[in-house]
Ligand binder design. Structure first.
Ligand SMILES: [Zn+2]
Length: 265
């Protein structure tokens, strides 16, 4: 019996059921990756929303791409309802979590190993503000919600909008005061789902740049040395300085303040 034959005999003597475990051995390393755990966490948030939030009153929108100053950012979940627009940030982390609303960095501790990470409320604040300005919603109409998924424990008291697992559903359901009209709910849903946000953002940004430009121009213009009023550019109409420019007070002839008059001599 050579080695090949021996190998075949061994394989044939294995019970058939063993083969069922082969896919599992291939899958296990995948199941352990942060990528999969992240996906599983997001899926948990979806499932909780589908199970516990009434579909006729809460509308779940997944993976919304939001424009930023330097590109785009992704919001995992947005839940739109008459009770507000909930912007959900998912954190897939294990260990002990320390933090509060104001701290810039929070701490994750696994055994003796500590690691800092950006305060997820601050991270989500940017999402909330961008969305709010794009949709024209007030502070009272948009909620920031942070959901920790995975095997973690809060070791400091957390604000009520920082939740663990399905707990975020409780936070959403606790908001019972109507904050958007049915028309507003529909408009918000349409604006997000249509993907028009990026276009709106560009228009807004151009507008802001334009306003800034005007303000900067105003700042660079001189102020009247006599009364601090605005000045206007004028041209000498006659005499030996004809054609020369200077700034004269806007309140002329009441005020005869001038800038650049030295050029006229
Ligand atoms: Zn003046």
């Amino acid at each position: 019996m050579d080695f090949g034959q021996l190998f075949n005999t061994l394989l044939n003597s294995l019970p058939n059921q063993v083969w069922y475990f082969v896919p599992l051995f291939i899958l296990l390393p995948i199941l352990r990756t942060p990528w999969f755990k992240g996906k599983a966490g997001e899926a948990m948030v979806n499932i909780a929303a589908k199970l516990f939030l009434d579909k006729t009153r809460y509308h779940l929108i997944k993976n919304v791409t939001l424009p930023t100053e330097d590109g785009t950012t992704q919001i995992d979940h947005i839940i739109v309802s008459r009770y507000g627009v909930f912007v959900v940030e998912t954190k897939n982390m294990k260990g002990w979590i320390f933090g509060n609303a104001k701290q810039r960095y929070w701490t994750q501790k696994i055994f003796k190993h500590s690691q800092k990470f950006q305060n997820p409320l601050h991270q989500n604040y940017k999402h909330v503000k961008t969305l709010q300005s794009l949709l024209g919603l007030s502070d009272e109409q948009v909620f920031s919600v942070v959901v920790f998924v995975g095997d973690s424990t809060f070791k400091t008291p957390m604000p009520e909008n920082v939740t663990h697992g399905g707990g975020y559903v409780r936070f959403i359901k606790a908001q019972t005061e109507p904050r958007l009209s049915d028309v507003e709910v529909q408009k918000v849903n349409e604006a997000i789902e249509s993907g028009r946000l990026a276009a709106t953002f560009r228009t807004q940004r151009e507008h802001v740049a334009h306003v800034k430009e005007i303000a900067a121009k105003k700042r660079s213009e001189p102020r009247c040395p006599k009364c601090q009023d605005e000045m206007v550019k004028r041209t000498v109409k006659r005499g030996e300085n004809i054609g020369k420019e200077f700034y004269g007070c806007k309140a002329f002839p009441k005020c005869r303040g001038m800038v650049g008059a030295s050029l006229l001599q």
